[in-house]
Structures are given as C-alpha cells and as structure tokens.
Write a protein that binds this ligand. Structure first.
Ligand code: GLP
Length: 246
C-alpha cells in the first residue's frame, strides 16, 4: 500500500484528482469506480475544473458507482445518483449512457444486485476504484460483519453509519435503513484502488485498516491484500497511524 500524507482536505483532493486524471489520460476508455460521501467532493471539483479548462475529457470513460440507498429515487437529493450528477456528471463530458449506479427503486433488490454485478463484470471491473472510508471502517456500504460479502448485495446499514450520514438528511429517521452495495469481491477486482480519507474522526478506522488484522469487522482491512492500493489522507486521518510508528 502506498500512503500519501497530505496537510489537509484540499491537498488530499488535489492528489487524488491527479491520480484519477493520470488514469483517464493513460486509458481514455477506462472504467472508473466512483464513490460518494464528503471525502471525494473536493476531488470531483478539481476534476471538473480541469475539464472546464480543456485539460481533461471523460468522453470515453465508463463509470460504475459503489452503492445506492435502497428506497431513494434517482432524483431524491440524497440519492447517490443525484450526488454524482450534481458533483461530477453534469459538469463533464461523460456520456450519461456510460454511467452506472445501482437502482435504489428496484422492486426486486436481489435481481437488481445480480444485474449490477453482471454489468460491472461485463465492463471488466474498474481500472481504478475510488473509495472513501466510513468511521467504522466500511467501504462502499460493506458494514462490519462476520464475513466479507463477495458480490453486490442488499445491506442493512449499521446504526453508526445511519448516525454519521444523518447530517445530510432532515433527521436520522429519514436516513434509509438499507442500501445496495458492490461487494468486497467486486471492489477487490479493481486493478487499482484509491482511498481518500480526511479528518480525525477517521483516524481509528485508518489505523485499524492499515495496521490491524485483516478482518470483516473492519471491512477496509481487506485492502491490505490488494496489490495496488494508494491511500491519500490528511495528517488528522493519519494521526493514530503516525503515533503508532513513532
Ligand atoms: C457512505 C458511503 C461510503 C463513504 C462513507 C464515508 O457511507 N456509502 O462510500 O465512504 O459514507 O463518507 P464521508 O466521506 O462523508 O465521511
């Protein structure tokens, strides 16, 4: 695992955007695995800026998102489809037909998970998968549990995740209780994984993911087994890790 320690959120965003832009320039038709949450917002802003300056094109890029709240319509302002449109897709030249997010309104969640997994497989999995990290070490919406879920599946969100994400909703009661998420297996099939993390509230999760045992109780710890992971984090998110090695 390659770790970049950056001074703050803006520096994390710039570094992550460089890595994604390099991937797109090297392979214009690449498959980008994309993430939501506050962590990648700055990264997307930087990519949009380079696109507007004429330095970066997404015309041939295909994208697959990690996850979606189950029960939210694509035009709900807290759905991850809406997030992607607002933060990236509406501002760059990506073909809307080439963007993929699980359908949060699918009646048959199991069939939707299978369809989505097959779509990602058809595309050959991600060349580069962008990830944030939950405070409990979740990636996508793979919550701490007794095993590593392999494929796209319906998940019950952990109470701590509902609390953490309540800041985006009117109240915790409005946060959906379930989500559709790529499995750990789907994520691990990406050729390269880029993790962006910032803030002290992630320090414990980062420490456990990097230095702790590989365990489904800390889903991000599985990344220790991937051959090409880049972690870009600010000093606050790395504070526990740096303390431990000093
Ligand atoms: C959500 C998303 C994750 C994201 C996590 C952290 O639960 N499903 O993909 O990594 O939140 O979010 P944030 O970056 O806002 O801390």
């Amino acid at each position: 695992m390659l770790i970049y320690q950056e001074k703050d959120y803006n520096a994390v965003s710039r570094r992550a955007a460089w890595i994604i832009a390099a991937q797109v320039v090297a392979k214009p038709g690449c498959v980008l695995g994309l993430a939501t949450g506050s962590s990648p917002v700055g990264t997307y802003q930087q990519l949009v800026q380079w696109h507007k300056q004429g330095d970066l094109s997404f015309a041939e890029v295909r994208s697959v998102n990690l996850d979606e709240y189950y029960g939210l319509a694509p035009d709900h302002d807290q759905s991850y489809r809406y997030f992607m449109q607002a933060n990236l897709f509406d501002h760059v030249d990506i073909d809307p037909e080439n963007t993929n997010v699980p359908n949060g309104l699918a009646k048959d969640a199991e069939a939707e998970c299978l369809r989505y997994e097959q779509k990602v497989a058809e595309l050959g999995y991600a060349d580069l998968q962008l990830l944030g990290m939950g405070r409990n070490g979740h990636i996508g919406f793979n919550e701490p549990c007794g095993c590593f879920p392999v494929m796209t599946h319906l998940v019950d969100l952990a109470e701590s995740t509902i609390e953490a994400n309540a800041r985006f909703f009117a109240s915790a009661g409005d946060v959906p209780r379930q989500a559709l998420t790529m499995g750990i297996g789907t994520i691990m099939k990406a050729r390269k994984i880029l993790v962006v993390v910032s803030g002290e509230d992630k320090a414990d999760a980062v420490y456990k993911a990097v230095c702790g045992p590989v365990t489904p109780e800390v889903p991000a710890s599985v990344l220790q087994l991937h051959p090409d992971v880049v972690l870009v984090a600010d000093q606050a998110a790395l504070s526990k890790l740096t303390e431990a090695v000093q």
